[in-house]
Design a protein around this ligand. Sequence first.
Ligand SMILES: C[S@@+](CC[C@H](N)C(=O)[O-])C[C@H]1O[C@@H](n2cnc3c(N)ncnc32)[C@H](O)[C@@H]1O
Length: 275
Amino acid sequence: MNNNNSTQEILHHYTDADEASRLRAGWFQLEHARTQELILRHLPSAPATIVDAGGGAGAYACWLAGRGYKVHLIDPVPKHVEQARAASARQSGHPLASAEVGDARQLAHADASADAVLMLGPLYHLVEREDRLSALREAYRVLRPGSLVWAAGISRFASLFDSLAHGFFADPVFAPILARDLEDGQHRNPTSNPIYFTDAFFHRPGELSRELLAAGFQVVEMAAIEGPGWLACDFDRLWSDPAQRERLLAAVRKVEHEPSVLGVSSHVMAIGRKR
Ligand SMILES: C[S@@+](CC[C@H](N)C(=O)[O-])C[C@H]1O[C@@H](n2cnc3c(N)ncnc32)[C@H](O)[C@@H]1O
């Protein structure tokens, strides 16, 4: 698939799917909380400059701007950039430093100008390894030596677990999509149903860490974002009970680095340091 086709697929998908509200629903709340936790685990203190490449509607960028960071968001979907600008305008006193249409493979930022890069989306949307490496090399270029990239991947096995836990394993339309996911990680959705996502690449955890290494990074942490928590059949009940939410988060933390469990997570976070 060429890049133009991929970009068209992405634009089409996000016309229907609402990124601005996604992280407030169901198990995405676990993704949100755990992603924030994994970012704060290593982030230098504010003020520092952050590039959020593939920042979507600004969920993490605006949160970090609110904590005193100078955050530049880029995303190829104009709707997302508009949503991020609107969210930024709502947090008076802590706006984003910038929000622009752009591509993680070609950042406008100067060499060694960022203290952190978030790449929470581009690596699963870029279906070709060379494109993913281009994005990671751009992150490497704009980072100051010693600073970090947070790179999220979708697990190779996410659609198997998702379909089993959330009731669409038997859908004959989904069967060939799942078969190819398991075969080579190339996710293709020929339907117009946005719940089956868009064209994407699903990593084995080891593939994700090897891509960071190939781009020059030292891998400092590989962590399951949701671990098995996203598969809880009573997720909403657990999450709305403060004590059960804490138990769930504690259980996810307990297995976050367990190699045999990494691929059960919907998303895996690879954190890499520029040498
Ligand atoms: C599922 S959203 C995630 C948004 C946000 N980072 C988050 O974690 O909630 C994936 C994002 O990656 C963006 N994206 C896709 N391809 C990209 C590329 N080549 N460069 C930068 N962003 C890209 C999409 O437009 C979308 O906003």
